[in-house]
Design a protein around this ligand. Structure first.
Ligand SMILES: [Fe+2]
Length: 362
């Protein structure tokens, strides 16, 4: 087997119910280590909720609430970065903390990269384009499944280039994670399901692809097994034990998530054209990809039935020709994962007609 890429993981994590209380001491440690204020990026869902009052910001710090009703775009990253730079007035923060689901965790990562690297977000969409280390970052997921807490990317939608692509870089990786499963208790059930399944999808795509290594395969198998326990087991998927298991599965699955396959490109098409959130878009994608992932499609169908989640049909009816073209282009543009799944000749399998028939079946 080929030598793996030199791989970086998150160096520190804290895990356990109630761990959020330790955020203050983690941030205080940073205040002692570096000058500059602390910046916090918090999901707007928590604005005026008890969690917002527990964010350990002091005078001189800044809390940014991130609207997560849409996926992060390069424009929003640029806007936050310019506000943060104006606030910092030439200084660097002692740390940047992201508190939220994948969208907020990715937003914090992207903005942090722009604090030390000049220019616009889209200049860094790709692989190894970030040149300077970002400020120290702490990630606090409040939703499990995306793997954003431990990935080396931050997925950003770029409407102009019609693609979803992150800043794939070791500098994007969080320096510290605080994993408190209690924070996910209030997530609505269907959102918990859709987002949780993102872990299953990443790992299925990874293990069915051609870019493989023994470590990623082992992580993928573990996260898939945990997903089966959570979504097909006897206990409720949001039982206390499963909240923790889901948070750990997301973390483990996130480490395996670099090489996706067909599900994520098709999902990206939905997000770009219909602005559909990532987790549910993945579910729609796998729901029509049974011929490529037969076993997993069957498992997924059973998980939906067991958790009483349904996907209303007909979402791509009545679309304009321009939207249909956007669905095709927004999927097929993701060449790296499609080659991973289907080989260099993937366009012979995923013809325009074939891709549009997948969307028509949703
Ligand atoms: Fe994903």
């Amino acid at each position: 087997m080929a030598i793996t890429r030199n791989t970086k993981n998150v160096p520190y994590y804290l895990l356990g119910a109630g761990a959020f209380d330790q955020l203050e001491s983690l941030v205080d440690e940073r205040r002692r280590a570096a000058t500059g204020p602390a910046l916090f990026f918090v999901d707007h869902y928590f604005q005026n909720k008890p969690l917002a009052a527990r964010v350990p910001a002091i005078a001189g710090d800044r809390v940014f609430f991130v609207n997560t009703s849409a996926e992060p775009t390069v424009e929003v990253v640029d806007a936050f970065a310019s506000t943060a730079k104006a606030f910092l007035n030439g200084a660097q923060p002692c740390c940047v903390t992201g508190i939220g689901g994948g969208a907020v965790l990715d937003m914090a990562k992207a903005v942090a990269n722009l604090l030390t690297n000049p220019g616009l977000a889209e200049e860094y969409q790709g692989w190894e384009l970030v040149k300077h280390p970002a400020p120290y970052k702490i990630g606090v997921p409040t939703l499990s499944g995306t793997g954003a807490e431990c990935s080396r990317t931050c997925v950003l939608t770029n409407m102009r280039r019609k693609l979803k692509l992150g800043m794939n870089s070791d500098f994007t990786v969080y320096d510290q994670l605080l994993l408190d499963p209690e924070l996910t208790r209030s997530v609505p059930r269907d959102q918990y399901f859709y987002t949780g399944l993102d872990t299953f999808m990443h790992c299925v795509e990874s293990i069915r692809g051609s870019y493989r290594n023994v470590i990623v395969d082992s992580l993928s198998r573990t996260a898939i097994a945990m997903s089966e326990e959570i979504f097909l087991g006897d206990k409720d998927m949001m039982d206390e034990e499963n909240l923790e298991k889901m948070m750990v599965a997301s973390y483990i699955g996130g480490m395996a998530a670099g090489n996706v396959g067909i599900i994520h490109p098709v999902s990206a098409g939905l997000s770009i054209v219909l602005h559909m959130p990532h987790g549910i878009a993945n579910c729609y994608a796998l729901s029509v990809l049974g011929e490529f992932y037969p076993e997993e499609h069957a498992q997924f169908t059973e998980m939906m039935a067991r958790q009483k989640v349904s996907l209303p049909k007909g979402i791509c009816k009545n679309l304009t020709d321009e939207q249909l073209d956007g669905l095709y282009q927004g999927s097929i543009v993701h060449e790296k994962p499609l080659i991973n799944a289907l080989g260099e000749d993937f366009k012979k399998i995923l013809t325009r007609e074939k891709v549009l028939s997948l969307f028509a079946n949703m």
